[in-house]
Design a binder for this molecule. Structure first.
Ligand SMILES: Cc1cc2nc3c(=O)[nH]c(=O)nc-3n(C[C@H](O)[C@H](O)[C@H](O)COP(=O)(O)OP(=O)(O)OC[C@H]3O[C@@H](n4cnc5c(N)ncnc54)[C@H](O)[C@@H]3O)c2cc1C
Length: 178
């Protein structure tokens, strides 16, 4: 039988934005009953996110620090006729780490995966399985939505992944495009 869940804050979508919002809320107000409602099986999806140190304010870094998988002291930009080094630390975050971190930090009750949301308002969420969430506030973090009215350019990344054998055996390189 469909049930109604009552809580303080319902976050719809457990991607990067929804998960970080839940973690930030939990850090500041652990007394709040927060639910993160995600349609997929894991929080954060399957992404590799990267950013410069200056992209995240110092005050916000403790939120990101537990999910950083790799860090570099600077960043090289290379074209055939031109190369320079940006004196900026660079970081990479893996969604697997975000998923593990949110599961280790928030109470199990807060984490609702495989729950597709049909519709939400500022205080209510209706799920495909018939359940309903009533909250003092709903945050819609279902992603960018319809971008068809924007005139966007393209950004292409080409990365190189180097796999090194632990015993000093031969290394293999593969190109990764996303
Ligand atoms: C391979 C890749 C690499 C990227 N790298 C970078 C990067 O380095 N830096 C950067 O800034 N950006 C990067 N991006 C862009 C990236 O997508 C966004 O920065 C970020 O993922 C946006 O997060 P979000 O939480 O707003 O949206 P999303 O990641 O889209 O999360 C939305 C979540 O809501 C859930 N959801 C949606 N609808 C429903 C529903 N009806 N019911 C229940 N749940 C629902 C989805 O399952 C999803 O988990 C990258 C994107 C890709 C694909």
């Amino acid at each position: 039988m469909p049930s109604t869940i009552l809580c303080d804050v319902a976050i719809v979508g457990g991607g990067l934005a929804g998960s970080l919002t839940a973690l930030a809320l939990h850090a500041r107000r652990p007394d709040l009953d927060v639910r993160v409602i995600e349609g997929g099986t894991a929080f954060g999806g399957h992404h590799l996110w990267s950013f410069f140190g200056a992209d995240v304010m110092k005050a916000h870094r403790p939120l990101i620090a537990p999910i950083v998988a790799h860090a570099w002291p600077d960043y090289d930009v290379r074209f055939p006729a031109h190369a320079r080094t940006l004196a900026q630390p660079y970081y990479t975050v893996r969604s697997e780490r975000l998923n593990a971190h949110i599961r280790a930090t928030l109470p199990a009750l807060a984490l609702m995966t495989e729950r597709k949301v049909l519709a939400c308002s500022t205080t209510a969420v209706v799920m495909a399985d018939g359940d309903r969430v009533e909250a003092r506030g709903v945050i819609d973090a279902r992603g960018a939505g319809d971008l068809s009215t924007l005139e966007c350019g393209w950004q292409k990344f080409v990365g190189q992944e180097l796999r090194v054998a632990p015993s000093g055996g031969p290394a293999t390189a593969s190109r990764v495009r996303w």
